[in-house]
Design a binder for this molecule. Sequence first.
Ligand code: SAM
Length: 332
Amino acid sequence: MATYVQTVDLDRLASVDEREALICEVQRGLIARPRSLSPWMFYDAEGSRLFERITTLPEYYPTRTERTILAGNADAIVACAHNDRSLPLRFVELGAGTASKTCLLLEAALRISDDVAYVPVDVCSSALELACQNVACALPEVRMRPIIRNYVTDPLELESFDGTTLALYLGSSIGNFAPDEARQILSDLRAQLQAGDALLLGTDMVKDEPTLLAAYDDSEGVTAAFNLNVLHRLNRELGANFDAACFRHRVLWNRTEARIEMHLESMQEQDVSIEKANIDLHFMRHETIHTENSYKFTDRRIGSLLRETGFEMRGNWKDSQGWCAVTLSTCR
Ligand SMILES: C[S@@+](CC[C@H](N)C(=O)[O-])C[C@H]1O[C@@H](n2cnc3c(N)ncnc32)[C@H](O)[C@@H]1O
């Protein structure tokens, strides 16, 4: 039975912690040089709404490409993860968003099992609520247990489960983290899994620079609005006085690190205060806030990341252009 109603309660509990996390993050990232903010800060209700629009843009290939891979291979992926069909199957999805692609996997699971549970985890309560509504509508047989949580500041602790767990980490969200952080996140996740459990990891592969740049700097300016929304969020939630019109969205391909970088560039010298974080900032003209990294992968990097964090690769699926990969590994 669908249980998304409980996110209303979880939401109220989460809001105090979320405010504290925001304050800690601006105090850490905006006083330091170069200035930076963590990418989870993008995802308030407006940020999630803008991200959903991004996923439909012609330039933004990752979502539709990953969906194509899952649509063509969901049965094989689930069969590979779930050897003993007499056991219940639990999906735990980190950064589930609105779970727009997850139903493909849940449907495949329901074709081989009548005991399927889904635990979507996300920092954004509005996205999570939509995820639960989507799944409850399409697949009412799936038991749901949504968790509002920031898996970076507050690593996940899973309830024990008498069955197989398939962890999902899709949308190349792992690419938002530097190699050390990515290893930490997967190691924390591995520590919550048992032998026989599995991880399905979605990654965006290294490709030509114009394709990569366009995906993060679309012609309609939706990604620019998504990036600038972090300043609006700080105004709304922490009483800051950023004038977002005085900042501009900047994207670059860092070839050495194999990552797309998103920045907000101050277009003039300006002062900003963030009342609830008790900080005053002075920006020089052209000074930037580094708001996101999106690392791109090679087969070799995927293999070593999984090996180093206690996983063993079982299957790897790509689209016909080799732009994105979905990799299944089991716990060693
Ligand atoms: C790039 S979107 C991907 C959404 C979805 N998995 C997909 O493949 O389309 C990232 C999602 O992860 C969530 N998220 C980002 N950082 C997070 C964090 N530290 N803890 C929990 N959720 C996070 C965001 O709210 C957002 O829904």
